[in-house]
Ligand binder design. Sequence first.
Ligand code: MLT
Length: 232
Amino acid sequence: MRVDVVFTPDEAGAAPTGIVIDVIRATSTICQALVSGYKTVFCAADVDEARALRDALGEGVLGGERNAVRIPGFDLGNSPREYLELIAETLVLSTTNGTRAVVAAAGRCERVLIASLLNLSAVVEAARDAGDDVLVVCAGVQGTLALDDAFVAGRIVELLGCERTDAADAAARLTTTWTDAEEAFRASKSGRNLMENAPELEADIPFCARESVLDVVPRLVGMRAGAAEITP
Ligand code: MLT
């Protein structure tokens, strides 16, 4: 078993198992929503696509952000703390980088799992049980590496404990640079974007920096109108 890491979704890399990370905040939100009782999360790359899908479904919560702020007309934003309470069975989510990364991974991996720090142990165990090579796909920020996702990728590499590519080794080595996840997240472009654009949501950073507190492995089960369908 071998693990590789791409720091942006457009980088070359392939493996049967893909693990997608956008820890601040899309994949943390997906994990929290499914633990709170949402049955399905649809990840839509575009805002119009998300609106059209929710209309076609005839029910569900429309959630997401652009520049960290709730999209006009949407029911909820992209703070995982907004998903502690269940208000519908379905969530249609569109975010700047994270939902696009999920859709990209769906096109290149046989099996797609969703990771955050919140469900770290559960997702690592699922990948190990699958037994195949792993590609960790970081969402990054608009086509560039983001330290928060790289940190979580490194924790996955460390816990998997299998053969590593150079990129996977680099991610694992990065994790020793900070005293803890929250420090890494605050130092990252994603963390800084959140604090600059939505300072009232700064508490999302320590919320997302808790490790292995949710026992959930969100996985891709299909595509619908261009959106990736994720269930627990
Ligand atoms: C994204 O998809 O880029 C993020 O989740 C942004 C955020 O909401 O902080």
